[in-house]
Ligand binder design. Structure first.
Ligand code: IZC
Ligand code: ZN
Length: 409
């Protein structure tokens, strides 16, 4: 045994390798006076203190709370520049989609990402990932989508690959060439959709740079029909489907995610009742992003209704420079509790096991069980509720990622 974590005051974890749905989302195992044993980066034991267990190194957890490492199921991690200059427009009441229509928003970040060198993006990404790790995130999804041409989409995905290799946080890459219609294709949107389908997707799949494909299905961005064509091609090429669905307007995104057999539909603030039923039927995971609702001052997704209808809910920060400049999962989790009205247990499952399932990693991470990666957080908190109740502070004491201990400070 390499590492033994003793004197854990309370260990809380969902269990299994499948997303927890509906009423079962709140089923969390809680063990007082617990212990975790780690060998070769994996958990070999997690449960009540067992005096028979010994290891080369023992860490006394001081009675702290221990949970699985947080999984951020939705980020746009790699981008050039920032967009704090749009704050004035936002305060003046200009809607998010209008800023994009005026050639700003995502297109502003596209300009800055095209100009950035790979080295600059890696440097920035390393800093952001360290900030995430300090806040308890041990795995994150990362989308491209600020290139909108093959060269820069590839550059972003290569940066994600290199960050994954050089930083302890694990990254899951998603191709999102259909994030906006680039300026040079204005008025020729069909040609851009064809470019994504016939050139970008085959090249990205061939180079194995992405595991998933995502599309921004939204008013003025990509229509449900265009989104379906792109997702069908992605599926043919072996990429899993994700969809930015019903983030602002209700366009039938949830229904489409079910029809296209997507693993996840994300945002869902304006999802229809039928769309939620369709998702439940097809086992599409709902990735909710309440930090975005907060920043955009928009309604929050109907989480309770989703749980009543049997959906599995996962959580992400949506970290991006436009609609969610926050990378702290604790903030997203507090919003999930205080605004989505999810219980602390439901929130924990959302941010760990269900988010792991949402990025295709529920066999490897997302719970504290023998055989899974040793990804966990020690909290300066006595129980789960305390984390969400004390929103605004970083309550992470330390993080173990793949069996290596990192102090938060
Ligand atoms: O840069 O605004 N919603 N894509 C869809 C975003 C937000 C990211 C951005
Ligand atoms: Zn997003």
């Amino acid at each position: 045994m390499d590492l033994l974590l003793t004197n854990i005051g309370l260990l809380c974890t969902p269990q299994g390798t499948q997303p927890r749905k509906g009423v079962r989302q709140g089923e969390v195992l809680c063990v007082e006076k617990a212990m975790v044993a780690i060998e070769a980066g994996k958990i070999v034991y997690a449960g009540p203190e067992d005096p028979a267990l010994h290891a080369e190194k023992t860490v006394d957890c001081g009675g702290r709370l221990c949970t699985p490492g947080l999984v951020d199921a939705h980020t746009h991690l790699v981008f050039g520049g920032w967009r704090q200059k749009e704050l004035g427009l936002k305060l003046a009441g200009v809607p998010y989609l209008d800023i994009l229509q005026q050639g700003g928003g995502i297109l502003n970040t596209v300009d800055q990402t095209r100009l950035a060198t790979e080295a600059e993006l890696i440097d920035k990404g390393m800093g952001l990932l360290s900030e995430m790790l300090r806040h308890g995130t041990t795995t994150a999804e990362a989308k491209s989508g600020y290139g909108l041409n093959l060269e820069t989409e590839r550059k972003q995905l290569q940066v994600i690959k290199k960050l994954n290799e050089s930083h302890p946080v694990d990254l899951v890459p998603t191709f999102m060439g259909a994030h906006a219609v680039p300026r040079e294709y204005r008025g020729r949107r069909q040609e851009y959709v064809d470019l994504v389908i016939h050139q970008m997707l085959p090249a990205i799949a061939e180079e194995k740079l992405a595991k998933f494909c995502d599309v921004f299905c939204e008013t003025g961005v990509f229509t449900p029909e265009e989104s379906l064509r792109i997702l069908e091609q992605a599926k043919r090429l072996g990429l899993g489907g994700k969809l930015h669905a019903d983030e602002v307007d209700s366009l039938g995104g949830a229904e489409l995610a079910a029809k296209a057999n997507c693993l996840t539909a994300e945002h869902l603030v304006a999802a229809s009742a039928q769309g939620i039923l369709d998702m439940a039927k097809q086992n599409v995971i709902a990735v909710l992003l309440p930090a975005t609702s907060f920043y955009l001052d928009k309604p929050f997704a109907p989480a309770r209704d989703m749980l009543d209808k049997g959906l599995a809910i996962a959580l992400g920060t949506d970290f991006n420079p436009g609609s969610s400049p926050n990378l702290n999962m604790q903030f997203a989790m507090s919003c999930a509790c205080l605004r989505l009205r999810m219980t602390p247990e439901e929130v924990l499952t959302a941010a760990t096991l269900n988010s792991a399932a949402a990025v295709g990693l529920a066999e490897q991470t997302g719970s504290l069980e023998a055989g899974k990666q040793a990804d966990l957080v020690l909290w300066d908190a006595p129980d789960l509720a305390y984390i969400f109740y004390r929103y605004g502070s970083n309550l992470v004491h330390s993080v173990v990622k793949n069996g290596v201990l990192y102090a938060a400070a």
